[in-house]
Design a protein around this ligand. Structure first.
Ligand SMILES: O=C(O)c1ccc(O)c(O)c1
Ligand SMILES: [Mg+2]
Length: 582
């Protein structure tokens, strides 16, 4: 189907918005009135600009506070029709009246919309009437449809907006009763569940389908079943997108539509956990730490300054060629049952390829770049052959087994984009997001998982100019956290100290004996499904640390409840170290 995007979704000036929409592959735009009014470009120039970029202007929007008025403003309407003719925009969106002067009278609304539609029709234009969720007298789509049906004019139809419908929880049954050709336009937006005034929710927190919690997919299926054949158009008001790079937002938006439509998308290949995690480093200290955690240096890469360390199923690749000052997770790799299929799906979802140097005879690994720049590799079985065996053996006695999850701090503007990236490219399912209080600010966190591939994304809740530590960590699964903590402590792994107050609270809340946990700095969580025991290493330089976790029973979470004490301990340790050095 034709794909469109409202200019209000994108930051920048009108010409920048058009450029971004076109470069992401959109067919058309909804022109948001303010974007035109604030532009130095004449309507005919906007039309030419859109035309030159292969974009149609599908909708002019919104025309506000028109219907059910004592004196409907046809003069203003005619002036806007002039603009639409110059733009080549066929349809005007009229959103339901919010004015205190509006009269609660459907017959009046229908009569005035009928008059508007016949004037539009005289110019070959159409009117699409939309219920705003906060409209004064019309706030439900089925009500807007009854008024359209009552007016009964061929140039008058309705505009359905998934946000207004799903935010109010209106039954979707009436959609089936609207003839497809009377649905003149469909606007798609998702949003996280928030308990707040619906206007504020709509104007600040909408997001692209797949990024929020609304069943946009279900709604789309109903609208298509009704026979709608117009554009699938994204209309997202979002504070973060308004300040993000419009080209990136437009690609994020297009990825959302591709996922929503499903059709030309290769099926996701089954993933069998993480093949490896790659850490960029320029110092050898991390090698000592990995050995203390029981890892063996399995081998150097045949042609690159890259070392493979392994313990059980856990593989950590240290890349000395991309080392920043501080160690940093630069790549994650999934073990794919069909790496070519994984790569094809990633490409279909507009994931940018990471170009890599490859020596003769080396495995041909495809990597794509996640929004924060982390490379995501799709591995088959043969990549291990790229390393020359050293014969070094792993140590017994440190019971860690596989990578459980990888947690990556995201740049402020990349959080929703990154979530949709992992959700679509790797077909990971999101869990609910959590808010975690760190000493230096609130952190929003959301996990994405499929089988043994789990990625947790964190982001500061507010953009900040302050220097913030953007922590990343790799969590290793164990079947015995206490034994693992004891073994690592004996082997000299620096573990994060946990305050006594934490254990006192744990005893007060749960009535458990915390002595073994307290002794080793192991944190604890319990849900009806099971238990979690987990602990952390100190940070390796600035950003990276390791976690070891034991899931007991059916525990599926990530110990979010314990993140604040962990973050406080990390901040405290850092300030302590600064103080000691002074
Ligand atoms: O927030 C608004 O005013 C507004 C305007 C036009 C729309 O289509 C819409 O869904 C909301
Ligand atoms: Mg709308």
């Amino acid at each position: 189907m034709k794909r469109s995007i409202a200019t209000v979704c994108l930051s920048g000036t009108l010409d920048e918005k058009l450029d971004a929409a076109a470069s992401a592959g959109f067919d058309g735009v909804e022109l948001f009135e303010a974007d035109l009014i604030n532009s130095p470009l004449r309507p005919d120039e906007v039309r030419a600009l859109a035309d030159a970029r292969g974009l149609t202007i599908d909708l002019y929007q919104p025309f506000r506070d028109f219907e059910a008025m004592p004196e409907p403003d046809f003069r203003r309407a005619e002036a806007k029709f002039d603009v639409m003719e110059a733009l080549g925009a066929p349809t005007m969106l009229v959103c339901s009246n919010v004015s205190p002067h509006a009269i609660d009278d459907d017959a009046l609304a229908a009569a005035q919309l009928l008059e508007l539609a016949s004037r539009a029709d005289a110019r070959g234009l159409k009117i699409a009437y939309e219920a705003l969720a906060w409209g004064r007298h019309v706030s439900e789509y089925d009500h807007a449809w009854r008024i359209v049906e009552r007016a009964d004019h061929p140039a008058l139809g309705t505009c359905l907006d998934s946000f207004h419908i799903l935010s109010r929880g209106t039954s979707l049954d009436t959609i089936d009763a609207i003839p497809g050709e009377k649905i003149f336009y469909l606007q798609l937006a998702d949003a996280p569940f928030l308990s707040m005034d619906v206007l504020q929710w709509s104007r600040h927190y909408r997001c692209f389908p797949g990024q929020g919690a609304l069943d946009v997919r279900g709604l789309l299926a109903r609208v298509l079943a009704a026979g709608y054949s117009g554009p699938l158009s994204l209309e997202v008001f979002n504070d973060v997108f308004r300040q993000a790079d419009p080209c990136r937002t437009a690609i994020d938006a297009m990825r959302s539509l591709i996922l929503l439509e499903d059709e030309p998308l290769p099926e996701p290949a089954a993933l069998n956990g993480f093949a490896f995690v790659e850490i960029g480093v320029d110092s050898p200290e991390i090698e000592d730490l990995l050995r203390a955690m029981g890892f063996a240096h399995v081998g150097p890469h045949r042609s690159k300054p890259v070392q493979l360390f392994q313990h059980g199923e856990i593989r950590v690749v240290l890349n000395h060629g991309v080392g920043e000052d501080d160690p940093e997770v630069v790549a994650i790799a999934v073990d794919s049952s069909d790496p070519d299929a994984s790569a094809a799906r990633a490409e279909a979802l507009l994931a940018p390829r990471v170009e890599r140097r490859r020596g003769a005879g080396e495995a041909d690994l495809t990597a794509v770049a996640a929004p924060d720049g982390t490379a995501v590799f799709f591995c088959g079985p043969d990549w291990l052959d790229d390393f020359l065996p050293t014969g070094e053996a792993e140590s017994d006695g440190v019971p860690i087994e596989r990578i459980d999850h990888i947690t990556l701090a995201q740049p402020f503007e990349a959080f929703d984009e990154a979530g949709l990236f992992y959700r679509s490219v790797l077909a990971l399912e999101p869990s609910a997001s959590a808010e975690l209080a760190a000493p230096d600010g609130l952190v929003r966190s959301r996990a994405y998982a499929a089988g043994d591939v789990r990625v947790v994304l964190n982001v500061p809740a507010l953009a900040s100019t302050r220097e913030r530590s953007e922590l990343q960590h790799v969590a290793f699964a164990t079947s015995d956290a206490l034994a693992a903590a004891r073994a690592m402590r004996e082997r000299g792994v620096p573990l994060l100290a946990v305050p006594d107050n934490y254990y006192d609270d744990l005893e007060a809340r749960l009535g458990i004996d915390t002595a073994p946990l307290r002794e080793l700095g192991v944190l604890y969580d319990r849900t009806p499904e099971g238990e979690l025991l987990h602990f952390y290493t100190a940070r390796l330089g600035g950003r990276v640390f390791f976690e070891v976790l034991e899931r007991r029973g059916g525990y599926r979470g990530y110990g979010a409840l314990n993140s604040p004490v962990r973050m406080a301990a990390q901040t405290g340790g850092e300030r302590h170290a600064e103080g000691a050095g002074a």
